[in-house]
Design a protein around this ligand. Sequence first.
Ligand SMILES: NC(=O)c1ccc[n+]([C@@H]2O[C@H](COP(=O)([O-])OP(=O)(O)OC[C@H]3O[C@@H](n4cnc5c(N)ncnc54)[C@H](O)[C@@H]3O)[C@@H](O)[C@H]2O)c1
Length: 253
Amino acid sequence: MARFDGRVAFLTGAARGIGAATARTLAAQGAAVAVTDLDAGPAEETAAAIRAAGGKALAIPLDVTNGEQVEAAVARTVAEFGRLDILVACAGIIRDNLLFRMTDDDWDSVIDTHLKGSFLAARAAQKHMVAQRYGKMVFTSSTSALGNRGQTNYSTAKAGLQGMTRTLAIELGPFNINVNAIAPGFIETRMTRATAERLGVDFEQFKADAASRIPLRRVGQPEDVANVVAFLVSDEASFVSGQIIYVAGGPRG
Ligand SMILES: NC(=O)c1ccc[n+]([C@@H]2O[C@H](COP(=O)([O-])OP(=O)(O)OC[C@H]3O[C@@H](n4cnc5c(N)ncnc54)[C@H](O)[C@@H]3O)[C@@H](O)[C@H]2O)c1
């Protein structure tokens, strides 16, 4: 029997990057996965690849900042797959700028996507998890929560998610729901590629520079994070809750 046989996972921001790798990892170990994302086409491609590999996957387009869309997507997942056991909130954006150049929209869009989006997904998911007295939630923080130049909006959101994680672990623990967060360092995805582009730096050079500052001397891959998420949402981690697990090749990424 596979690790997640009979389990159903709902992932946000799962069309690409860390979310997609996590969807593939959970599906490969038996979970039925709802691959949700703002970008419908790439979400469908990710879900189709999982199905082609023998897994169960459903793509649902949604904007995590829209409560009605999140509720409807969770309801559709439960209608299709019969239950909801795992929430992995990965949807994210960056709008980096030094404070004096950061616009209201830079602030609002980043805070809404990470913080409100994770809150809305958690609120929609908990109904099903509380009713069945079983659930696993993982939020996506970042080493940027510890402070990062040019990321007032993003680091605030990622630090806020650490508070959300601890608070929901306290509130939902009595219902046998584990709530944890991962805090990745530099992971090779579209997001880090976009940062290199914005800075006008060649991506290979950008990665090499980052790797030279990371104790393990390499940047992370989405699968490095996916494997830790898989552990946190498994029953092997059933006494771990309210924790922030850094996945950064060292104490900071
Ligand atoms: N890449 C890194 O180095 C790194 C480090 C720490 C944390 N993170 C976090 O990991 C998560 C995944 O990032 P990634 O690196 O895989 O980036 P990515 O850009 O590859 O993936 C993010 C996904 O989120 C989706 N998304 C954005 N806004 C959305 C919205 N409103 N509704 C639904 N989906 C939306 C995007 O379409 C995209 O598919 C993010 O929360 C990010 O902040 C990434």
